[in-house]
Design a protein around this ligand. Structure first.
Ligand SMILES: [Zn+2]
Length: 230
């Protein structure tokens, strides 16, 4: 069975991370799922972006078994697997340690929606998870990271807020395909930087109004969208 389509999509998207300056060293990865076959392609562990090849991409099934590839998959693979299981509408996940988003994660704060740039991509505050417990950290750490994200989204639609900050760690962002997921990760980093600067200028700034949030998000997303040529 060939996995060329998802491996190629995954490879190309991983290369976009350094291009968008979302990556320092090797911190970050992109995965692309085929829900019909219950598998996903993901970057191998610890491989430098400058030497990564398409054949290095590893394919793992939704039970965690490697089905294609000779390298070890990213150490974050169980987090991606947990999210693909829980969020069936998403096809690609991007994890980075992009600096401004990480600043919010390390501060234990969500990214408030302070303007229309944010509202074009995320339908409200990008949430932060709770900290992992000591038990969760010493047991199946990466799987439990997925669990705290799923827990945080109990009352949030992952199609409306396509990103989360893991406490003390960094962002996981997703989308319907790999290119869109990387774009969302880049948008997250931009709005994180904007929010940080806005809060420096005005520490008592308030979130965008519901009217403006609805206008900007809903004209680009969902059944009543009218923005663009799609
Ligand atoms: Zn990480």
């Amino acid at each position: 069975m060939s996995y060329r389509d998802i491996k190629a999509e995954c490879y190309q998207a991983n290369l976009l991370l350094p291009e968008f300056k979302l990556i320092d060293l090797t911190f970050g990865n992109v995965s692309v799922a085929d829900h019909d076959r219950a598998v996903f392609a993901i970057k191998p562990s610890g491989v430098d972006y400058t030497t990564l090849t398409e054949s290095d991409i590893v394919v793992v099934d939704f039970d965690g078994q490697t089905v294609d590839g000779s390298l070890r998959p990213s150490s974050d693979t169980p987090t991606h697997r947990r999210l693909f299981q829980a969020f069936t509408g998403i096809r690609s996940i991007v994890h980075t340690h992009s600096r401004n988003a990480v600043a919010f994660a390390q501060a234990g704060m969500g990214i408030p929606c302070l303007g229309t740039t944010h509202a074009d991509y995320f339908y409200g505050e990008v949430p932060v998870t709770r900290p992992l417990t000591p038990e969760e950290i010493v047991s199946a750490y990466e799987w439990e990271t997925g669990n705290v994200i799923v827990e945080r989204f109990q009352r949030i639609d992952p199609m409306e807020i396509c990103a989360v900050l893991v406490w003390n760690h960094g962002p996981f962002v997703w989308g319907p395909n790999a290119t869109k997921a990387v774009e969302n990760a880049f948008a997250l980093e931009i709005v994180a930087e904007m929010a940080l600067k806005t809060a420096q200028l005005n520490p008592s700034v308030q979130p965008i109004s519901k009217d403006l949030l609805d206008k900007h998000f809903l004209r680009k997303h969902g059944s009543r969208a009218y923005y663009g040529q799609g």
